[in-house]
Design a protein around this ligand. Sequence first.
Ligand code: HEM
Ligand code: HEM
Length: 135
Amino acid sequence: MYQLGNLFGILTAVLFGGAILNFVVKFVNRKWVTKLPKESKFKKTYMEVMKFLVKNHRFFGFGAAAMMVLHVVLQFIYKWVSFTGIVTAGLAVVTVILGGIMFKAKKRTPAMLWAHRGSVILLILAFIAHVVTRI
Ligand code: HEM
Ligand code: HEM
């Protein structure tokens, strides 16, 4: 059963990665892809992939949170209560709430975006600590 718990941990991380790509694809687009000629086939495909990732961003976030619950429950029962895991989970909840607030807001402010991005940076650090130390 604990292998399943680990698998859900990996799935959580993969879906977080999908949500984080929201930033990466837009950044790469701004820096390089917009400069490509209109006829570029690569540009066309890139835009489609980017649209998909941006449009479905919140579902990657919610999906990660759902996988996280399964991971936590199984690790609780079959392994141990991980301190760094709890910190990571707390930051994930904060990130999802901040994302939800921004999603629902009538007007999105830079402060909202930076709060959401800031909690993601802390989340990445906590996640690395969680997987490296296993404490
Ligand atoms: C966003 C939250 C979390 C993510 C993304 C996450 C992800 C992961 C990943 C990728 C692994 C490594 C699995 C492997 O090597 O096969 C792992 C291990 C582990 N996680 Fe989490 N985790 C999270 C939260 C938690 C929480 C809250 C707990 C507390 C119950 C927890 C307990 C554990 C334990 C005990 C291990 C060690 C498994 C081992 O060494 O065999 N995790 N986690
Ligand atoms: C825990 C998982 C999540 C992570 C890791 C994450 C990560 C990010 C990142 C890095 C950005 C910045 C993109 C940019 O710079 O343009 C962003 C933007 C945003 N996120 Fe999230 N996010 C998560 C969950 C959510 C959820 C659940 C929602 C909504 C319910 C959400 C709504 C938004 C919105 C509205 C934006 C700004 C506009 C946009 O690019 O769509 N996020 N997120």
